[in-house]
Design a protein around this ligand. Structure first.
Ligand SMILES: [Zn+2]
Length: 321
């Protein structure tokens, strides 16, 4: 098949997956396939507990993560990207918490596929997200920089288009728990990687990644997928002399031997080894054959070009676990 024909087929498949009910049936089939593969989820997860705040990662489908965020004193909980309602509901019951809201990063079924089912089980549930992205069950549309509270859990939404046109990340202000902040990045930012740019330009994706980079360096990063091993293997391939990459990859390989989760990382770490956050650096620009010097009139355009090139190399890099 020619590359052009392959591209057309891919775009058609993507359209049907993200815009029609066919995508939902495909998602339900993936849930069943993953359950046959992993009886207890794709990874062994450990809750993050800090002075009355609890973040419970939930391993879903083949490599997705949903997160239950709990204020321990009031038992108020919100869930990020609950793509499989029955698994998420079981965790809610085990934890004995009151689910008040869903935070949806984007419309893809492997992030939003459980919204409607959970809403039918918990009728007062609020569903946050962007109406640009046609989030299932949406009750509260959010704009860039909008702050909102669920009980005493305080969030800021950032509009981060790139992977989809309405992608949104959520920043939890955890200062009342004497903790650094937490950002739930969906398919914008992964450990050592970034999401595919399905619906926006590289420039928009770059601006979205820059919004995350504005956060404090000690912010915890909670991504939508367990992609650390494949991402870091790719980064080591393009940047073999980066010691931070090697160090993190060695740790990730050990974790994954026992199927342990590799999340969270921090923004400080990501800035050291994630090439998609370093398109302003000489070392990454050199890898993709670009340069920013004093004569350069549009530095952001060069960075966007570097981002596009990195993403396209990642797409072509064939890596088998
Ligand atoms: Zn996605």
């Amino acid at each position: 098949m020619s590359t052009k024909a392959g591209g057309v087929l891919f775009r058609m498949g993507y359209y049907f997956y993200s815009n029609t009910r066919l995508g939902y049936y495909y998602h339900k089939r993936n849930i069943e396939k993953a359950k046959a593969l992993f009886s207890n989820g794709h990874s062994i997860t450990t809750p993050h507990v800090c002075n009355g705040l609890q973040i419970v990662p939930i391993a879903l489908i083949e490599d997705n993560y949903s997160y239950l965020i709990v204020d321990e004193e009031s038992k108020t909980a919100v869930v990020v990207d609950p793509s499989d309602a029955s698994v998420v509901q079981a965790v809610i019951e085990t934890e004995g918490v009151n689910l008040k809201a869903i935070l949806t990063t984007h419309k893809h079924w492997d992030h939003s596929g459980g919204n409607s089912e959970l809403k039918s089980k918990y009728p007062d549930l609020l569903v946050y997200g962007s109406n640009v992205d046609h989030v299932p069950g949406l009750t509260n549309n959010l704009n860039d920089g909008e702050k909102f509270s669920v009980g005493c859990l305080e969030f800021t939404a950032r509009f981060t288009p790139g992977h989809t046109i309405g992608h949104t990340v959520y920043i939890l202000d955890a200062s009342r728990y004497q903790s650094p902040g937490h950002v739930f990045t969906g398919d914008l930012l992964f450990m050592a990687g970034t999401g595919r740019m399905f619906e926006s330009s590289a420039m928009e994706m770059l601006q979205s990644l820059d919004k995350v980079c504005e956060l404090a360096d000690d912010t915890f990063i909670w991504p939508g997928h367990e992609y650390a091993k494949s991402n870091l293997t790719f980064v080591q391939h393009i940047e073999p002399n980066n010691d931070k990459v090697k160090e993190k990859l060695d740790w990730v390989i050990e974790q994954r031997k026992e199927r342990k989760m590799t999340i969270p990382s921090t923004l400080k770490e990501e800035k050291e080894y994630n090439p998609f956050l370093r398109t302003h650096t000489e070392s990454i620009l050199e890898i993709v054959g670009l340069k920013i010097d004093d004569e350069c009139k549009d530095k952001e355009a060069i960075r966007a070009k570097a981002l596009q090139e990195l993403r396209s190399r990642k797409d072509k890099y064939c890596y088998k676990l």
